[in-house]
Design a protein around this ligand. Sequence first.
Ligand code: NAP
Ligand code: G4F
Length: 366
Amino acid sequence: MRKAMITGITGQDGSYLAEFLLGKGYEVHGIVRRTSSLNRSRIDHLRSYEQGPAPRLILHYGDLGNSAALVKLLYELRPDEVYNLAAQSHVRISFDIPDYTIDVTGTGVSRILEAVIQSGIGRAVRFYQASSSEMFGKVQEVPQRESTPFWPRSPYACAKAMAHWLTVNYREAYNLFACSGILFNHESPRRGENFVTRKISIGAACIKAGLQDKLSLGNLDAKRDWGYAKEYVEAMWLMLQQDKPGDYVIATNETHTVRDFLEAAFGRLGLDWRRHVEFDEHYLRPTEVDLLIGDYSKAKRELGWEPQTRMKALAELMADADYRLTKAGRLCPFGKPEESGFGNIESICDSGSPGARAAQLDSVPR
Ligand code: NAP
Ligand code: G4F
């Protein structure tokens, strides 16, 4: 049985990847960090795989800040594939906590790559690094492809650029099978509640249900290439099934403004977003990434991967999922969610997190 290790298994992508690999018959080892309250809501529905005499989902405590634990886990588990998805992944918050972000999202990758070497598994493992289109930042080419130069515009993007080059360097220096997936924005009903698409789908659902009237947002002009997370995890796996390691852009090759996403999500619920959205400068960034659009032709050619879900369908499926939650009384309103401080929407919800409920909804047939 093939064995995979996933860091960041409790995140949006980690939960979809775990599902995908379990579906392919893998034994999946997920690394979770210690938190004061359990934070497994996106993988709760996979709990049956953790039970019985031969569990196929096994969670281990670990942290990208802790080298010794990473070496020990890799030495003991000897996985066939390692997917490094763990990160402080919020761009705006990276301006508030830059050195923490760089430590986890950047130096953390040096720790896990070095652990691959120190554990002695080296060439025997295939390694995936979750790189980001944020590295293109102030874009030097449209659309962006694997060879487009980086111009990172946030501490997060700087950390991801370092992590990308570390992955390339360990491949060249130690002949590791190490791949960097340069993924453009990908979303889902399991997306963290403080990323713009999910803020919009939750906001639209709560407004439709009469639970709130206003939604505060920042820059509506930014353009992003938004795809569906569930489809993007297959591309991660495909990269590790090739004869040779490489770097791949994963995207839809379409770009839309935040305003377009609002139109699609609010429109789906019969709402006019202009009547509800208010501007809050709190959500602006010191430096913004204005335009992202990815050229995924290398992935199509070499991996046979293509996106299926485009922005409008994605916005609609997210709005539908969150509206179902509000109707079931399982999603609470938030007028002004804080992105970097207290008063997070979690604290005004009655039980569980919207992420947990979305994961449950998202994993049953519609
Ligand atoms: P996410 O939902 O924010 O999940 C991040 C995961 O990393 C969570 O499981 C989190 O654990 C874990 N984590 C954070 N700090 C950690 C640490 N010090 N040690 C171990 N684990 C830690 O992110 P995502 O959207 O699934 O994205 C997955 C990866 O792809 C990230 O590296 C992200 O930067 C990258 N990426 C995402 C996109 C996108 O559009 N989604 C695009 C390009 C690249 P907790 O649950 O305990 O917080
Ligand atoms: O949803 P966002 O926070 O995503 P962003 O910054 O593009 O980063 C995401 O995608 C990256 C891939 O390109 C990942 F690497 C990263 O980990 C993360 O998953 O913001 C999207 C756009 C930005 O231009 C932002 O300024 O939406 C704009 N925006 C406008 N109002 C807002 C808001 N973003 C957030 N989070 N909250 C707002 O109220």
